[in-house]
Ligand binder design. Structure first.
Ligand SMILES: *Cc1c(COP(=O)(O)O)cnc(C)c1O
Length: 411
């Protein structure tokens, strides 16, 4: 392990690579084994017991079987934990598998009540509302957490920045409402930090117990890996690994390899995308064809800046295209938004985010469609709203594309 005093950039390059010199290699090996030979039965039994307890198999018996432990995935987990500043992280087959595991791991001692802060990622909203996991859920907003707590509350779930309006929720305040950090007797708080990445926000510094990422997004960063990860303490990681062993929502080693390969460039990717997003947000905000523009750089927040909850405003922005009637909502705005998406050439019309190339999508029609109508209307999601995931293209080229596509959608 590289030492903790290193900066994020250095950790991103070196974390999870501590065993490579001893192996005599420079790049991490990709180990696709599903099973592992053992030398000694006693050692294998000890290793199996350790893993069933949720521990890493430091024991001599090796990984035994890849649903229990995958060394290539474990290197990524070490790297991601270093960036989040947590003791450990546990990777899953998708972001939803990671969220599901966190919910299942939180349920214990007869406690099965969750406080969900809306708005939250649409599929998470649906998962919690569906009753599928047998959890009792109380929905609230960022200010209602304290009132929503019950003696059997086992987890508070919150997402920040919020999708797609990029509102920021004060993590320290939510933790305070939950009774303080878990170590001080508070109810554990899970933060979906996907939009921020560990480069811009490390929620455990504000007292969150669990940090969840859809690693499908900026952490993977190249649009070719579906994955999720939860960063937390050793104790939480043990319970998350136990859930992963039992439910089998493991990450494939090739996916773990690709995620680890992307970590060294994560800081530069995020900072470059953020600079371009800030530039585009200002141009959109000054444009008469556009209604509201959502990017934390435009409405300076006490939560953004060096040493704050978020070190910068982030790589995602949303904006409203006005319809022929000048309205950002209603059928004319929907038409204008669909023409805009059709006429983009450089930007790809697609859901998802955090890739090297820019992606634009329509929240009302696509990502927020699975939310309940109530959750949708409180989230500011109008028919003209476009969400843009800013990639690594040149800012002027991106602006030229947006400008031209908007031109054709203007009355
Ligand atoms: C994509 C996403 C998820 C779900 O992740 P998958 O990898 O698609 O399962 C959860 N939260 C946020 C904020 C996301 O963007």
């Amino acid at each position: 392990m590289p030492d903790d005093s290193l900066s994020l950039d250095s950790l991103a390059v070196h974390a999870g690579r501590g065993d490579l010199r001893a192996l005599g290699v420079h790049a991490p090996p990709l180990d696709l084994s599903t099973t592992y030979p053992f030398e000694d039965l006693g050692d294998a039994v000890a290793s199996l017991d350790a893993m069933m307890d949720g521990r890493d198999p430091e024991a001599a018996g090796g990984p035994v079987y890849s649903r229990l432990h995958a060394p290539t995935v474990a290197r990524f987990e070490t790297g991601l934990a270093a960036l989040e500043g947590t003791e450990a992280s546990v990777a899953f087959a998708s972001g939803m598998a990671a969220t599901t595991a966190a919910l299942l791991a939180a349920r214990r001692d007869g406690k099965a009540h969750i406080v969900g802060v809306r708005p939250i990622y649409g599929t998470t909203d649906k998962l919690l509302s569906s009753g599928l996991l047998g959890l009792d859920v109380t929905w609230t907003d960022a200010h209602g957490v304290a009132d929503a707590l019950r003696p059997d509350t086992c987890l508070v779930c919150v997402e920040t920045p919020v999708n797609p309006t990029l509102d920021l929720i004060d993590i320290a305040d939510v933790v305070a409402q939950a009774g303080g950090a878990e170590a001080d007797g508070g109810v554990p708080v899970l933060v979906d930090s996907t939009f921020a990445t560990p480069i811009l926000q490390q929620p455990t510094r504000q007292g969150a117990a669990l940090v969840m990422h859809s690693a499908t997004k900026a952490i993977g960063g190249h649009g070719d890996v579906l994955a999720g990860v939860v960063a937390a303490s050793h104790d939480w990681a043990a319970r998350l690994r136990q859930v992963r062993i039992l439910t089998g929502a493991v990450l494939h080693p090739l996916a773990g390899y690709l995620l680890h390969r992307g970590l060294p460039t994560l800081p530069v990717r995020v900072r470059q995308m953020q600079a371009t997003a800030t530039d585009l947000a200002a141009r959109l905000d000054a444009d008469a064809r556009v209604g509201r523009v959502y990017h934390p750089s435009l409405s300076p927040s006490p939560l953004v800046g060096p040493g704050r909850q978020m070190s910068g405003p982030g790589t995602m922005l949303s904006f409203e295209i006005l319809g022929a009637d000048g309205d950002a909502d209603g059928p004319a705005a929907f038409d204008a938004a669909s023409r805009f998406l059709r006429d983009l050439r450089l930007v790809t019309p697609a859901v998802s985010l955090g890739s090297t190339d820019s992606l634009a999508q329509h929240p009302a029609g696509l990502t927020q469609r699975v939310s309940t109508p109530g959750a949708r209307s409180t989230g500011g999601i109008t028919a003209g709203l476009i969400r843009l995931s800013v990639g690594l293209e040149d800012a002027a080229d991106l602006w030229a594309d947006l400008d031209r596509a908007m031109g054709s959608s203007h009355p």
